[in-house]
Design a protein around this ligand. Structure first.
Ligand SMILES: Cc1cc2nc3c(=O)[nH]c(=O)nc-3n(C[C@H](O)[C@H](O)[C@H](O)COP(=O)(O)OP(=O)(O)OC[C@H]3O[C@@H](n4cnc5c(N)ncnc54)[C@H](O)[C@@H]3O)c2cc1C
Length: 430
């Protein structure tokens, strides 16, 4: 894991109740399953496995929620971004498409049900997700997409300009789409809640325990950290955008990118009452999207694309503040108290990937920035596989780990592509 551990603190660290850190691994343990990565994917898998009576040890280089799961925008929005249903069908085939589409459409409900089942205190609210369209072309494309998704069971509706203005508080958009199943959580409280539910069922969690070696030990696996090791029948790798050389080829199968976020101080009623008054989460249709939400303490959280240099310094915040104040002019002059970011994994086909490179080794990652709901589906599905489900019955195709062609070049070029896309967005939103 090469990411610096000194990234700026998120709003979520500030607003979640204090938590005792999980100790590092200091000896040699055995378990049925070792899970590498204590984000939503790993902890959801751990919880499902512990519920089934298996012994589970979770190892994280940082701690619970140190990765994207504790830094995310926390929008629990269903469906997978970027691909139309037709394209997904072409990519995964008819049979898998049906279950994948169903599970992705149900994914937000699944998260809210999970929160309810385990009574996770994480400010969960399912007030709907508003996606707003910035241009005539985006509006046209959205109309086709909605018809296609509604035909396979989504329940979305177009909202016209007046309603968009009323429920967003922004005059920057033409029309929008409401998906009533979307919502939001306090992301760090949610991931910690998953960890607590797992612990209550026997899951052991170790922080500051980067796995530096993963090798066969007879018929089992050994995951080694600086302080100890875990021997297990199965290993779940849930390292997403922080994947490195631990599993051969995995890092090259995704492109890591760095969304960033900013949050205001709590805002007075004359400002906040106008913005997202019905509590929707919001995102837009630009090539370089924005996403925002309103907090129970009347802060606004606004997110978009950022950059991270080789030293780990995050940038893009000034652009984001300007954009937030353009979309919501009510925010001009307010104090932006928190700025932070995290890392996500983008896949070449824009689908989540499930791999089983060797017997007993299973990997799930690649949610393309829409992972709060889908990572929970992936974690549950990986647990089902370990508990005996055959690969053919899973909602994700079990694929070989494949490197992204010209990945290095794409990563170098990404900065310029993003700038170009921002320019095109700018022309369309003037
Ligand atoms: C700023 C930001 C905003 C986002 N907003 C949204 C949103 O609003 N809605 C949405 O749906 N999605 C959003 N996402 C994406 C979503 O947060 C992620 O898809 C999701 O959290 C991925 O969860 P995960 O458990 O797979 O990975 P992560 O939470 O990233 O967890 C991976 C973990 O693996 C650990 N790790 C890595 N290597 C090792 C190793 N060798 N040994 C031990 N541990 C290791 C890391 O420390 C990390 O904790 C956002 C992401 C970011 C960064």
């Amino acid at each position: 894991m090469t990411t610096p551990l000194n990234w700026p603190e998120s709003l979520w660290t500030h607003s979640a109740p204090d938590e005792v850190e999980n100790p590092p691994l200091t000896n040699h343990l055995t378990a049925d399953v070792a899970v590498i990565g204590a984000g939503y994917t790993g902890l959801r898998a751990a919880l499902a496995l512990a519920e089934a009576g298996l012994s589970v040890i979770v190892l994280d280089a940082g701690d619970v929620g140190w990765g994207a799961s504790g830094r995310t925008g926390g929008q629990v929005n269903p469906m997978m971004p970027f691909n139309s249903p037709q394209r997904i069908k072409e990519l995964v085939g008819e049979r898998i498409f049906e279950t994948l589409a169903e599970q992705s459409l149900n994914s937000a409900d699944e998260v809210f049900d999970l929160i309810n089942t385990y009574q996770i205190d994480c400010q969960a609210r399912q007030n709907g997700w508003l996606r707003v369209h910035h241009s005539k072309a985006a509006q046209k494309k959205a109309t086709t997409d909605i018809a296609n998704w509604n035909a396979v069971g989504a329940n979305m509706r177009i909202v016209e300009r007046d309603e968009v203005v009323a429920i967003s508080g922004s005059r920057a958009y033409r029309t929008g789409t409401v998906n009533p199943r979307g919502g939001a959580v306090h992301p760090l409280m949610f991931v910690r809640g998953l960890a607590s539910a797992g612990k209550a069922r026997g899951v052991q969690i170790f922080g500051q325990s980067a796995v530096t070696g993963l090798a066969k030990a007879g018929a089992k696996w050994a995951a080694t950290t600086q302080g100890g090791s875990v021997t297990s029948e199965w290993v779940v790798v849930a390292t997403n955008g922080y994947s490195d050389g631990l599993v051969q080829g995995l890092a090259s199968s995704v492109i890591p990118i760095t969304p960033i976020q900013i949050a205001t101080d709590p805002l007075p009623p004359d400002i906040i009452d106008e913005i997202l008054p019905e509590g929707h989460t919001i995102s837009d249709s630009r090539r370089v999207i924005m996403y925002a939400r309103r907090e129970p303490d009347n802060r606004m959280v606004y997110g978009g694309h950022g950059e991270c240099d080789k030293q780990g310094n995050l940038s893009g915040f000034d652009w984001l503040v300007n954009d937030a104040e353009r979309v919501f002019p009510q925010l001009r002059g307010v104090t932006w108290s928190h700025r932070w970011g995290g890392r996500i994994a983008v896949t070449e086909d824009h689908l989540p990937h499930l791999h089983e490179p060797q017997q007993g080794l299973i990997v799930g990652l690649g949610y393309n920035g829409r992972g709060v709901a889908m990572s929970n589906v992936m974690g549950r599905v990986m647990a089902e596989r370990i508990l005996g489900a055959t690969p053919e019955t899973l909602p994700f195709p079990v694929t070989k780990i494949a490197g992204i062609p010209l990945r290095n070049l794409k990563m170098i070029g990404m900065k310029h592509v993003i700038r170009w896309m921002k320019f095109l967005d700018y022309l369309e939103t003037r």
